[in-house]
Ligand binder design. Sequence first.
Ligand SMILES: Cc1cc2nc3c(=O)[nH]c(=O)nc-3n(C[C@H](O)[C@H](O)[C@H](O)COP(=O)(O)OP(=O)(O)OC[C@H]3O[C@@H](n4cnc5c(N)ncnc54)[C@H](O)[C@@H]3O)c2cc1C
Length: 395
Amino acid sequence: MNFDPTEGQLRWRDLARDFARTEIAPRAAQLDREQKFPYDIVAEMARLGLMGLTLPEEYGGSGGDFVGYNLALEEISRADTSVGITMEAHISLGCAPLAAYGTPEQKERYLAPCASGESLWAFGLTEENAGTDAGGTETTAEIEGGEWVVNGSKKWITNGGTDITAGVTAIARTGLRENGKPELTAIILPQSTPGFSRGPGYEKLGWRASDQRQLYFEGCRVPEENTLGERGRGFSQFLQTLDAGRVAVGALSVGLAQACLDEALSRAKERHQFGRAIAEFQAIQFKLADMAMEVEIARNMVLKAAWMKDQGRPFGREASMAKVFASETAKRAADQAVQIWGGEGFMEGSAVARYWRQVKINEIGEGTSEINRQIIARSLLTESPEEVKTKLTAQ
Ligand SMILES: Cc1cc2nc3c(=O)[nH]c(=O)nc-3n(C[C@H](O)[C@H](O)[C@H](O)COP(=O)(O)OP(=O)(O)OC[C@H]3O[C@@H](n4cnc5c(N)ncnc54)[C@H](O)[C@@H]3O)c2cc1C
């Protein structure tokens, strides 16, 4: 077994690490305070190829693999998880479905301007009455004279309303299946479509320098050719999209957990009580050791799931495991980092207070921990114990 990343993967990690340390980390607190989308940072990340890391070179992307992408995401999130989610949502949620299911014409028209990161693309699944249960989708699309007419709204759509957002792939109800369940179809909606509007940004606990909006579609007309993939395949498309997204949210969580460990370590060495550094107390050492162990496990889980995707193997269960474990690791790490910082950690000016606020969303976005645990349990229950054992130990 080889745990060494390839040269190409290390190049992405180091590029992201250098940029994140010098250009993002020094501004993270201010970006969070001012809740401003960092256009200049995103433009520079696009120039470096980070905003199109896994997207096909043919359409202007960087053609990197999924492991390299997750290594890079970890580094960006370690500096600022808000910038991390902007990159992740653009690549994994916005562009990856266009690359996977788009026709050559759709890729030329919609993916090409976004694969370089010059423009952003968003993914619109969630609605007021369709959160975990996407079957509750109320946005409708009907064919009229060779065009889709889309009506409805979406909620909390990341990158949905920046000045450089080119459009969204929206999941809409396009009919009923024979089994009585809704037929869901993915439809490409450029931002410039008449009837497409967006709400103001939200006041949030974390990811405050990233963009989330409510999107409204009032009689939006787009050609029938704007169907992404086959009509009625929207459900299976977003399940696959979310599998990959979950690995990436795992990477964002590992980055944040590592940032908590970084801050906890430096404070433990600097802060003196009872005439010595608090790092000399075993109670503090054990906290640091537990944080380091969990970060190590979470990172390995994320990279294993990413590697399985790169190998073309099924990775859905590993994606859910990585997301749940990494997001919960990050939450515990943020909690312990504040504890080690003591009262200073409770002050808004401290980085660990910011991490403590930011960390919660990782247990919610792209499938809650409850749903991911169900996916894991279901996969165990539908396979024979032998199959499960072989997969868990030999992959
Ligand atoms: C900052 C942010 C960014 C987001 N970005 C996007 C985006 O870009 N695109 C997009 O489409 N969506 C986006 N979302 C939506 C996100 O994916 C949803 O919030 C998430 O899927 C959960 O849905 P919900 O919040 O409506 O929770 P609900 O579905 O209302 O769930 C509430 C609680 O009930 C539990 N629950 C629900 N059903 C079950 C069940 N069957 N069994 C056990 N427990 C259950 C959940 O686990 C959760 O704990 C974003 C959300 C936020 C907050």
